[in-house]
Design a protein around this ligand. Structure first.
Ligand SMILES: [Zn+2]
Length: 142
């Protein structure tokens, strides 16, 4: 019987730094290669390079993926809660207008940070060549 591969094999380029799992990197908003550098330089701005291992983070290509998940999941949750609140308590309209915008804004930013980090980590795990030197000129980026 063949043994299963280890979930976090050592990184050949950085032997002293284990490759982190995509979920762990996403939850900590850390670099997908070393798991130590910060992924974001701003609230939702991805850093140019990792300050610890030098990974070219600017080569990520998460696209609109995180936004789609946030719209579908957070939109469904908020609409469900708003309908439940209206059916249960029938509050005045101004309460809806005051209650939901901060929940939507805060939830969207929190979910976008997490999902963007997860998609970047998954891209690094499955398409690491996108982060290599010269990847910007590759035929799949035309
Ligand atoms: Zn790093």
């Amino acid at each position: 019987m063949q043994s299963a591969p280890t979930p976090n094999p050592p990184n050949p380029e950085f032997p002293g730094i284990a490759t982190v799992s995509p979920l762990a990197a996403a939850l900590s908003c850390a670099c997908p290669r070393c798991g130590q550098g910060r992924l974001y330089s701003g609230m939702l701005t991805v850093a140019g390079t990792c300050t610890v291992c030098g990974l070219a983070l600017h080569r990520h290509d998460s696209g609109d993926g995180p936004a789609v998940f946030v719209i579908l999941v957070l939109g469904g949750i908020v609409v469900g809660l708003a309908l439940w609140l209206e059916a249960r308590l029938a509050p005045p309209v101004w309460l809806h207008a005051v209650l939901w915008p901060p929940i939507i804004l805060g939830g969207a930013i929190a979910m976008l940070r997490l999902l963007k980090a997860l998609l970047i980590a998954l891209q690094f795990r499955h398409r690491a060549h996108d982060y290599e030197d010269g990847a910007d000129q590759g035929p799949h980026h035309v």
